[in-house]
Design a protein around this ligand. Structure first.
Ligand SMILES: [Zn+2]
Length: 105
């Protein structure tokens, strides 16, 4: 078993673990229960993601690169729209076409 990723929080760890599992790589999360245990001071331990089959470690590292690669602003692309009148591509913040003034549908 080999550690492939140190997550910033448990949600992050979970997403990456699911990502690996989706690619057929079995992985587990360690350290998810270490923070805030009763009677203990909060630790600075971050959850880590471990690949069970070390033969798949390199592949997991490749997937990590993709996972961590900066993505073009998802929000902008998600909500972007195309003007039905003139075909101009609009970012999400526009509610009407800046070119021909057509309202967003
Ligand atoms: Zn337009």
């Amino acid at each position: 078993m080999k550690q492939v990723y140190t997550a910033s929080n448990i949600v992050d760890a979970q997403i990456f673990k699911d990502y690996l599992c989706g690619a057929g790589i079995e992985a587990i999360i360690k350290g998810e229960f270490l923070t805030g245990a009763v009677g203990e001071l909060p630790t600075n331990t971050y959850p880590t993601v471990w690949v069970i089959d070390e033969d798949l470690f390199d592949k997991a590292k490749e997937l990590l690169k993709i996972y961590e690669a900066p993505r073009p602003s998802d929000q902008v692309f998600h909500d972007s729209w195309t003007c039905p009148a003139c075909g101009e591509w609009m970012e999400s913040q526009f509610t009407e076409c800046w070119r021909c003034g057509r309202q967003r549908i």
